[in-house]
Design a protein around this ligand. Structure first.
Ligand code: CA
Length: 245
């Protein structure tokens, strides 16, 4: 092969590569311009929020969303966290849940959580906890240290999803928000049907030490569902051990 032919082949490869890159970019789905974005998406992706990254990932692969059905309506649910070191000033910069609904051949954002999550890596599970044959969204929020597990349950009510676990009001530098407020030690916090009525209880276990040198006491809270919310049914001390400090 002559040197001239080699250059022509190389040129063709370069042109093809540029064409492929161009095609790949124009096939990307547009980003939903939600009102709660804390950063502006840029073309190189550097300033895109974690929320929008997750939305893009979902549009690239619908299987990322977990399926939740309400009658003949079909939703796909994703969750995202703030990630380490991110500034958290409003609920959607701290993490959230997004439910997409299938509208004919397209998936559209139907609902988003508005609660303030802690800095974490949330996972979502879809399961019926209340025995009404409609699945709940169960948010499992592991802390950065890996020691604590936060839980939140969202149920279908009045045509949308609503939180039914404990929350509290928090004040940040730019306003008041409702924060998730239920969690305990990762190995002692779980969801179980302890009384066998097919409605699941939430069990929160945690350790408490009054002061340095005092025994480390272990407690358990049991939350039951009353048809409206998960309420604190019982809190009891279940153990005590000598302090090493
Ligand atoms: Ca249910």
């Amino acid at each position: 092969m002559s040197i001239k032919n080699k250059y022509i082949i190389l040129l063709i490869i370069i042109v093809l590569a540029i064409a492929l890159i161009y095609l790949f970019n124009i096939n990307k789905k547009p980003i939903d311009q939600g009102q709660n974005q804390n950063t502006t998406p840029s073309e190189n992706g550097k300033n895109i929020s974690i929320r929008d990254k997750m939305i893009n990932s979902f549009y690239d692969n619908y299987e990322l969303g977990k399926t939740l059905k309400v009658g003949d309506r079909e939703f796909r649910v994703i969750s995202y966290g703030a990630g380490e070191g991110n500034r958290m000033e409003e609920p959607k910069s701290s993490g959230g849940i997004i439910a997409f609904e299938r509208e004919k051949e397209k998936w559209e954002i139907f609902w988003e959580s508005s609660e303030f999550f802690s800095e974490s890596f949330p996972d979502i599970e879809i399961r019926d906890l209340t025995n009404d044959k409609i699945d709940e969204m169960i948010l499992k929020n592991t802390s950065l240290s890996g020691r604590n597990l936060g839980l939140a349950v969202y149920t279908w009510r009045n045509g949308k999803f609503e939180i039914v676990t404990r929350t509290r009001e928090v004040i940040t530098s730019i306003g008041k928000y409702v924060s998730l407020d239920l969690g305990g030690d990762v190995d002692k916090t779980k969801i179980e049907d302890i009384d066998g009525d097919n409605i699941y209880e939430i069990i929160i276990g945690y350790k408490w030490q009054e002061m340095s040198g005092a025994p480390v006491e272990e407690y358990q809270q049991i939350y039951k569902y009353d048809g409206d919310k998960y309420y604190l049914w019982k809190e009891e001390k279940i153990g005590e051990e000598k302090s090493e400090y």
